[in-house]
Design a protein around this ligand. Structure first.
Ligand SMILES: [Fe+2]
Ligand SMILES: [Fe+2]
Length: 159
């Protein structure tokens, strides 16, 4: 059973993950318009991942006897200066999300909610992967030809 404070915090994270999906969907639109089909495909996969993250939290709140309350999702930016700038923004965003997950873990510990601490461990690990994968693309874009990097990005498989 979730305490009220934990429930509210998890609900906030459901919306934060949906915002991530929304942000990356906006990047899909940007990459499509910037003639970067590979990057658009990469981000399309990321949108789906973020939706999965939101649903993991959604299902957990329900299973733990809580009630999901959805609130407004902020509008994401729609323009970036370059594909590199967009991926830099994605990396920065993932660092921010890592911080949010850390705060949730902190709350769960303060509330002596071991079940939620355990549950959140998946997200702690996932954030390591998310920061790695976005910063890897930033480095590729800094070091390589855009059209080559775009081709590589197009090969991302859903995982
Ligand atoms: Fe996420
Ligand atoms: Fe991921």
């Amino acid at each position: 059973m979730l305490g009220k404070r934990m429930e509210d915090a998890l609900n906030g994270q459901v919306v934060a993950e949906l915002y991530s999906a929304y942000l990356y969907l906006s990047m899909v639109a940007y990459f499509e318009s910037a003639n970067c089909p590979g990057a658009a495909g990469w981000m399309r996969a990321q949108v789906q991942e973020e939706f999965v993250h939101a649903m993991k939290l959604f299902d957990f709140v329900n299973e733990q006897g809580g009630r999901v309350i959805l609130t407004v999702i902020d509008a994401p930016p729609s323009e970036w200066e370059s594909p590199l700038a967009a991926f830099e923004a994605a990396y920065k965003h993932e660092q921010k999300v890592t911080g949010l997950i850390g705060e949730l873990v902190e709350i769960a510990k303060q509330e002596n909610d071991g079940v939620t601490v355990d549950f959140l461990q998946w997200f702690v690990n996932e954030q390591v992967e998310e920061e790695e994968s976005t910063s890897e693309v930033v480095e590729k874009l800094k070091g390589g030809e855009l059209s080559d990097v775009d081709k590589q990005l197009g090969q991302r498989a859903l995982k």
